[in-house]
Design a protein around this ligand. Structure first.
Ligand SMILES: Cc1cc2nc3c(=O)[nH]c(=O)nc-3n(C[C@H](O)[C@H](O)[C@H](O)COP(=O)(O)OP(=O)(O)OC[C@H]3O[C@@H](n4cnc5c(N)ncnc54)[C@H](O)[C@@H]3O)c2cc1C
Length: 1059
């Protein structure tokens, strides 16, 4: 029942006859053209179509370009390209087919924007029913013009559709003459087509008025002697037309129309009822109009003698028991009026269905002004501020009503408003679900876990928006709050958040205009935060800290509503462009909701008390010395520095001593495990890697995995931000994990033992973040258990893969399946017999904009058509058993449900995947380096050359010093990036992530290289881990994204900084 209400036409202005008439009269006095009044010289009105009767291609294009990431202005430039002989003009003269036009138009658009432009999608939107709808104000104007005996014509530059019919989405019966360019072979501004139209009307130019939105068309008409009106917006144009014609083109009650046939009510019975209600002086005819809105509960305007009323009734037919509860609206308005809240004055509730067929109520019709556009065009900044302040004050007034004293006890359940609302909207969403929207899935899990405790119960309006408020025509005063259908008792903060929705929506947002792309300071409009603060000040309550939760909930609710709209629009027009558009909107809104949920998550996280006073420690951590020590003794050194400094919330924990007791304990346990189980097994594991069984996983590793699991040292990698409920991992922050990951980095075998190795970690994170419940059950569960392994196939031999947009592999849709073909290499982990899953990146739509061509698909490794060609080696090392494979995918068919997030979302996923996952390598590289330095120190102390230990050679000392300094620098940068990711999010930390990726692999290469040099030839052998470390550090200058790419990122961001 509610669904249509939010999205009824935005022309919801319940504006008012008195004010309107005043305005018209004042215009009459001032307008000299009004002299045509009565004896007007004009006899015919000629309308252009696009931009006058229906939206113009330009306005449709602007919105479409935003939604499809096409550079703004591309479409208009492509349409005007070539002038008279361009494809658009030829198309409108009917000279070329739709197919030819689209091809040419697509080519021009792509040339202009330097990216592929899906012009087909624009064209279907332009010609869709949803967009090509006649403006109601024009419909009414035409009917008034004809009622006065004037002629009407439409003179349109239009075209043929693929069906062979011309594009004219209008009711032809409104016009005496219809002239279509594609049928005539002539286009405006060619004078011949105007003459043709006049001939068919049988009129002289001087007897006609022509409305168009384009200057050249108007100029041509004017040169023939036709009176012209330039249409910038239909309402203003109609007003101008009124003054030329000399009569009103509007019933006088804005947003009303003659009563629809199916909605008629018996006038006699109503008149009798009203006479009884209002008294005997109510004689004369009853005028009845229907408001455009109020489809849920039909709403009528009534004029009877000097009374102006509004009647609201239930719709006819069988209704759900709780639906269309007009009795509740009546009750709440009556109670609130007595409590001093400005609402329309209700006169009577008639529950007797025999009067007009259904129960109804009657209220007074109040004149006033409704602001449909939240940017309040035409007002001064101070006036805008005053309007928003008045809106805020009236909300406080509603929320301050003592609902018990007002007789509204029992108007709704008390307490638990949000839990019930979340449940209700989740149910509504599930009922309308058509495919998985990952953000909705996350919200459905997140919202119930973060419900705030309801501080107060108050009357809540439930749909509190600027355009539900009726303002005084001259001052910033709310005269009436309208539309109480969703009101109940609940958490008042939900209303405050709902009133700020427009702050986060762009002005081009279909269905509900927003101001997110406007300069609020310049406009004088308070920000959403200011609105919340203003509310708290008026209500005298402490500042609302968790308002991001309320925003997340409000957008969640809106997304659920939009999904309902989408589902309904799909019925009967499954593939139409308009249905597709509303589907995208639900997803867009759910992503907005999730942004707020994430912000709230960070807020909660930052509020957490710091675990422990930080220590300013300048310790250096050394690796185990057992491999070096002939006695086999192991020592870990940690040199503490200054005494504990004071805790500051959110400060960077840069030393292990600053970790919380729980994480510190985990860290110590990990160190112990490494010492007891991992380092001692390294030689054996290395032998296995060099043996003929190398492609079979070592049972020793499997054994250690079980031990690690038993000790709780498992899946430590999943960051708290990705897994806030700790459903899948240990819930460590990135900084906490950085300290632990560094320890794991000290041995090449350790990450797998703790189920923290790449590429599984990145793949698991993708599944946690973007996977559906089915995908998680099938793939995430075995990966989290360490039963399966996975790989990630992006890089291709034939293209420069550092630019992922180059990836060529194809993903083609075919009968419920995706068929993939492609050649990949450097797919790490693919050789492992436990590898069950490949996340495959390829193009689903080569015509889409550059960053929307790629998709990611879950490909089971046992699918026919996957051919592993060979393992590649890094400096001769094969990295068995995972390896790095070259593979061909030949007609590999996977079910459609295996798509992650949706077609064209590959880049989006890659960004999410490569956030935390990628600095894990850097964390480990610090571990490599520490271990290399420890090995080097031990070696140079015990080895004598030219009469003294190597450690006493100046160059060796200098190398040790350099290595220490470089490790410390890089570690601080790693920790800083991790800290930023924790407190500000991966996006905000992008620069630090790129910097650390640029720094860590080369730093490790240098430190390891110095260690190798100090070791002599032994350093290159496999007796020590140095050679393998070196190979890995070097490889990570590609595998973690090439250095150059990170440098470009850093430099670009640096150049953006203010100088
Ligand atoms: C050990 C290892 C494991 C790997 N594992 C995987 C895996 O599991 N899955 C996977 O898909 N891929 C994997 N890769 C591949 C890796 O991601 C790619 O090698 C990397 O993206 C670079 O692509 P490319 O090799 O095609 O180099 P190209 O794109 O051909 O680049 C060649 C050179 O040009 C440089 N370059 C690029 N842009 C610029 C610029 N703007 N300015 C200057 N120079 C530039 C690059 O830095 C590079 O040095 C792995 C690589 C290695 C070495």
């Amino acid at each position: 029942m509610y669904i249509g209400r939010l999205f009824r036409s935005s022309d919801l202005q319940w504006a008012w006859r008195a004010a309107f008439l005043r305005c018209i009269q004042s215009r009459r006095r001032g307008a000299h053209r009004w002299t045509h009044s009565g004896g007007s010289a004009y006899r015919a009105v000629i309308f252009d179509m696009g931009g006058v009767l229906i939206p113009s291609p330009g306005s449709v294009a602007a919105e479409w370009e935003v939604q499809n990431h096409v550079p703004s202005g591309t479409i208009l430039k492509a349409l005007s390209k070539g002038g008279e002989n361009g494809p658009w003009m030829r198309f409108m003269r009917g000279e070329i087919t739709t197919g030819d036009f689209l091809q040419e138009f697509g080519r021009l658009s792509s040339e202009i924007s330097k990216t592929t432009v899906p012009v087909d999608s624009f064209f279907s939107l332009l010609t869709s029913k949803q967009v090509a709808q006649q403006f109601p104000v024009m419909t009414e104007a035409i009917s008034q013009i004809r009622a006065k005996g004037f002629q009407t014509a439409v003179l349109t530059n239009n075209f043929y559709l693929a069906s062979g019919k011309s594009f004219l989405p209008l009711d032809r019966s409104q016009f005496d003459v219809v002239v279509e360019s594609c049928l005539e072979g002539v286009c405006k501004p060619d004078p011949r087509i105007y003459q043709l139209c006049l001939e068919r009307l049988g009129r002289q130019p001087s007897e006609s008025i022509f409305l168009d939105d384009l200057g050249p068309n108007l100029k041509a008409a004017a040169s023939l002697g036709i009176r012209t009106i330039k249409v910038n917006d239909p309402e203003t144009a109609v007003k101008e037309l009124e003054s030329l014609l000399g009569f009103l083109l509007h019933s006088g009650v804005p947003n009303t129309r003659p009563v629809r046939k199916t909605m008629e009510i018996p006038k006699d019975a109503l008149q009798k009822y009203l006479r009884d209600l209002l008294g005997t002086q109510t004689t004369g005819p009853l005028e009845l109009l229907q408001f455009d809105h109020g489809q849920s509960n039909p709403t009528y305007y009534i004029r009877l003698a000097n009374h102006q009323l509004v009647l609201r009734k239930k719709p006819p037919g069988t209704l759900l028991p709780s639906a269309h509860a007009i009795e509740r609206e009546f009750r709440v308005m009556k109670a609130l009026a007595s409590a001093g809240v400005p609402v329309p004055r209700v006169l009577d509730l008639c529950e007797d269905s025999s009067v007009i067929g259904t129960p109804f109520y009657v209220m007074e019709y109040c004149p006033g002004r409704i602001y449909k556009d939240p940017s309040l065009p035409g007002l001064e900044p101070s006036q805008r501020r005053a309007v928003y302040a008045a809106m805020n004050r009236v909300l406080c007034q509603i929320h301050s009503v003592d609902f018990q004293a007002a007789g509204l006890d029992g108007y709704g359940k008390q307490g638990d408003y949000l839990p019930r609302q979340v449940q209700t909207w989740t149910k509504q969403y599930r009922a309308a679900e058509t495919s998985t929207i990952p953000a909705m899935e996350r919200l459905i899990q997140w919202l119930p876990l973060h419900l705030p405790r309801q501080q107060r119960t108050a009357v809540v309006h439930g749909d509190f928006r600027l355009d539900n408020l009726l303002f005084h025509p001259e001052k910033a005063e709310v005269l009436a709050v309208l539309d109480w259908e969703l009101s109940t008792l609940g958490d008042p903060l939900a209303d405050v958040a709902y009133s700020c929705l427009a702050h986060y929506l762009p002005s081009s947002f279909p269905l509900l205009k927003g101001v997110s792309d406007r300069d609020l300071t310049q406009l004088g409009i308070p920000t959403a935060e200011e609105c919340f603060r203003m509310y708290c000040l008026h209500m005298d309550i402490p500042p609302v800290e968790n308002w991001n939760f309320y925003m997340a909930f409000s957008f969640f609710r809106m997304a659920a509503i939009l999904q309902g709209v989408y589902k309904r629009s799909l019925k009967g027009q499954a593939s139409s462009a308009s249905a597709e558009q509303s589907g995208k909107l639900a997803e867009f809104i759910s992503n907005l909701a999730w942004d707020f949920a994430t912000k709230e998550g960070f807020r909660i996280f930052k509020e957490m008390p710091a675990a422990k006073p930080l220590t300013r420690s300048c310790h250096t951590r050394a690796g185990p010395q057992s491999l070096l020590s002939p006695t086999g003794t192991r020592s870990y050194s940690s040199v503490s520095g200054a005494p504990p400094a004071h805790t500051s919330k959110g400060a960077l924990v840069f030393s292990v001593e600053g970790l919380s007791p729980q994480v510190r304990e985990l860290y110590d346990r990990l160190q112990r495990f490494m010492g007891q189980h991992v380092y001692p097994l390294e030689p054996e594991l290395q032998r296995h890697q060099a043996s003929v069984d190398k492609w079979t996983p070592s049972p020793l590793i499997e054994d250690l995995k079980e031990k690690a699991k038993a000790e709780g040292l498992w899946n430590l990698f999943l960051p708290l931000e990705t897994d806030p409920e700790r459903k899948y991992g240990a819930g460590l922050t990135n900084v906490e994990y950085a300290h632990l990951c560094e320890v794991m980095g000290m041995s090449l075998y350790a990450p797998e033992i703790f189920n923290c190795s790449a590429p599984d970690t990145g793949n698991m994170e993708v599944l946690v973040r973007y996977g559906t419940e089915e995908q998680k059950a099938r793939w995430l569960a075995p990966l989290l258990e360490g039963k399966a392994r996975s790989c990630f196939a992006m890089t291709e031999p034939q293209v420069a893969s550092s630019d992922a947009a180059n990836i060529e592999a194809s993903i083609r849709e075919e009968e419920g399946f995706y068929v993939i073909n492609g050649h990949k290499w450097w797919t790490s982990g693919v050789m492992d017999p436990r590898c069950q899953l490949c996340i495959f990146m390829g193009k689903t739509d080569p015509q889409a904009p550059r960053h929307q061509q790629q998709s990611m698909l879950l490909v089971p490794m046992d699918t026919p058509g996957i051919k592993i060609l060979r393992p590649l080696s890094v400096y001769g090392l094969e990295d068995a058993p995972g390896g790095h494979g070259e593979i061909r995918f030949e007609n590999v068919r996977v079910p459609k449900e295996n798509m992650i997030l949706g077609p064209g979302r590959g880049f989006e996923i890659a960004q999410g995947r490569l956030g935390p996952g990628r600095i894990h390598h850097c964390m480990r590289l610090i571990g490599f380096s520490e271990r290399a330095l420890a090995l080097m120190k031990a070696r140079v102390k015990s080895r004598v050359a030219f009469g003294k230990p190597l450690v006493e050679q100046g160059t060796i000392l200098a190398d040790i010093a350099r290595s220490r300094v470089e490790i410390e620098q890089a570690r601080l940068l790693v920790l800083k990036a991790a800290h930023f990711m924790d407190v500000a999010g991966n996006k905000a930390a992008a620069l630090d992530i790129a910097m650390v990726k640029m720094v860590a692999p080369s730093m490790a290469s240098r430190v390891i290289d110095r260690a190798i040099q100090a070791f002599g030839a032994a350093g290159l052998s496999s007796d020590y881990p140095l050679a393998q470390f070196f190979a890995w550090a070097r490889a990570l200058r590609f595998a973690d994204g090439p250095d150059e790419v990170h440098r470009v990122t850093v430099a670009k961001m640096e150049l953006k900084r203010p100088t």
